[in-house]
Design a protein around this ligand. Sequence first.
Ligand SMILES: Cc1ncc(C[n+]2csc(CCOP(=O)(O)OP(=O)(O)O)c2C)c(N)n1
Length: 561
Amino acid sequence: MSKTVARLLIESLEAHDVDRIFCVPGESYVGLTSALVQQESIQLIVCRHESGAGYMAMADSQLRDRAGVAVVSRGPGLANAMVALHSAFHDAVPLVMLIGHVERRDVGRLALQEQNYARLLSDVTKLVIEVIDPDQASEAIARAFHTAESATPGPVAVVLPEDIFDLQTEALVDQPRDRYVAAPRREDLDQLAAMLEAAERPLVLVGGALFSDALHDASVLSDLARLAEEWGLPIIPTHRRPQLFDADHPNYGGYMGIRVPPLQIDAMKRADLIVALGERLTDTVSQSYTFPAAPEPQIPLVHVWPDANELGRVWRPTLGIPASPAEVIRGLLKHGVSARAPARSGWVGELHAIDGKLSEREGEPTRDGVDFADIVCEIDRLLAPDAVVTSDAGNFSSFIHRYIGFRQEQVLLSSVVGAMGSGLPMAVAAALRQPDRQVVAFIGDGGALMTGNELATAVQYGARLIMIVADNSMYGTIGMHSYMRYPERPFMGGTRLTNPDFAAWGRAFGAEAITISDESEVADAMAQAFAVKDRPVVVHCLISALQMSAWRRYTEADALP
Ligand SMILES: Cc1ncc(C[n+]2csc(CCOP(=O)(O)OP(=O)(O)O)c2C)c(N)n1
């Protein structure tokens, strides 16, 4: 039966379980949006900026094991969305971005807002699919989802010319492909088991691919805990994936984030085996390619990632296993209990104790604003066992990693690669997807005004979340780097900000708002914020700038000209 291409696209999206699309409307694809709002199976969330829409789609994807979908207009709309594509590409998050395009007859003429997407997006997407033949629109959607979700997941762009939506087509809905799971070979599992059995001080780093596997089947996280116990292994979640292992589990061996503190990294460097289990390995996790050293690791490295292309790309592992980390965990469990486990209890206990020591609250009260540690520790006490936490990029996030003891039922969503602006949009998407969960977004004053307008989207669609604004009146991270590199130049020069009253700002959007300007207000303010159930809450935290991160404090003397 004949139907419009817009209708075929909608049915194709439905076939891929899409029930929500994030967008900023554009004239290049009104043929699609006007058809979308005629039906109820797919909700259109109208955002304020395409970066917000893209980040929301990234978060949605990470809460439901299906590529998130955003739709943006041609040139300018796509340009605004680039940061989300960049982030999804680095973070290996499946994302399908639909892009409105100029009419087919104008392609190549530099028509209004035209771009060559294959060229523009070649380094931030896995694939760009341009729909020229209307009969192939559904096939394009099926290919986009398959590519976005398979091997190393990532973003795929589908370019939809403005003139195709109303055309009639006889084409059928192309059905979703099966998920193909890469399983380890028996000899690889045997070799891994033998290497673990021989190791006195192994480290098991767990990362993003395990997070993806757990979305599909959460029991893999309890399997990981069993493996850790039966094999006597320290489990170390990597940068911005702390929720992969309970921080209070005795086998929790610390957190491999940006610049691991010396006490911890020195202990870790005594390891005699690294197993990167579902962790792609990046400069962040590898401490700037020093541990494991690239390209030749200083100790044996086992690299498990569900895509052979990634194994050996930078590091030369002793053993590379192109497989799903969940399959590797389950394969190892079938090998039975390790005889070596008791002998490793000292090593595991040592790493766990170091982490415990580093998570202790320290420091004198600050005098130039609230120590953000006070606020984060209070939130840690109030967080629900299954809370969703989102974090923007910035030094304030070091307090989250140091002081929040994450659990496997909780989720941390962020741009792992550290693109600013993700914190609030991701929280909006999480609150819409899972309205019964507590959602807390941590954002610096810099990030808050990059995508903070999505607070309007939160109010419009009834997303309930708590937005913590860590306001130190500067792009603090950059100020810190500047001071570390050029201590003789003006302190924090080029990074200072003049901010609005974020509480008044929040109220103007229709949110509840609270200000914290003194340590003594923290407990009451947080209790108040967590009690609000009917709207978003903005907590404006006037924090110390001298307490530059959870690990670094400057003195007034540093700040003197
Ligand atoms: C989109 C984007 N632009 C710029 C940067 C560089 N950058 C990293 S952290 C940072 C400062 C963040 O400032 P703020 O949100 O106030 O947090 P703070 O570091 O002060 O805690 C900047 C500008 C980035 N990571 N992403």
